[in-house]
Design a protein around this ligand. Sequence first.
Ligand SMILES: [Zn+2]
Length: 316
Amino acid sequence: MILEIDMDWRRNSMRNHTAEHILVSQLKRIRPDLQLGYIWIDAEQGTVDMKGDFDSATIFTAEKQTQEIIFRDLPVRSSMVPASSLSESIRAREGLSAKYNRLRIISIEGVDDAACSGIHVLSTGEIGFFKVTDFKVIGDATRIQFLTHLRAAHHVQDIYNEILSRKASYPYEMSQIGPVLDKSKRVLIQQQEMKELITSLLADYEKAVNVAGVRFVNHYLPGFDAKDLRNTLKGLPSKRNSATLLFAPGNKSSFVLWTHGLPHDALFYAKEITEKLGGRGGGSKESFTGGFASVSNPREVFEKLVKGICDKLKSG
Ligand SMILES: [Zn+2]
């Protein structure tokens, strides 16, 4: 039993160690300027620091190429050579380069030759499966962590199934997990903005400004949509001589202007500035509903809208 565990441990170290050679060779193939830094390999996982500035796409391309080399089941050979015969292209790991007269070279046919004294598999197919599990920038290097063989397969299965198990309660396509996470991030930001808004409303409930004798209330309401605006308006008290602007920000921003007891229709106060800002809208006597498409800075549109309506209230 102990022997079995030890063999498993040793074979995994060999897989991880050889996988490290392949990954680093592929990173350097894409980006010859990258330099190998710290390496830590055990039976659990591999850790490699690569010095230089590169992005996640480089890592993912190298990962795919590493897996292809594994599937090609290439022989891994070792040989002893005089240190003086080493070419520039053969990577010598830290601490190996100057100390020895003869060095052990690990060659993966057509892929990589590297000076190394570690333990390796006999052919790349023994690695089975390779997966980068994390990467982060540490100083001038990017630290990449990876798994191989069953550990890699089980890790991918566990993560995939974590997502898959939620599909019944929250339907989405598996390939859309990126946009789902983006949306969740947006919602968190909006939630924070809403909390700040609620706090400010609680502190100043009568948040109306007096514009030429008119009570003008305006609110920027992150997380709201056009329907939410209509529902919110229904719950507001109607006060004489007032104008209320509710704005729902987003890539498509919507707003409602609700007037009460003013000399002109709501249209008079809102239409001109809406069109000037590239939006569209319409309304009946006391309300005007408008919207803007492809808004990159909704806060700026809101502020210009408020100013435009203020100007009209003063003129009217
Ligand atoms: Zn090695």
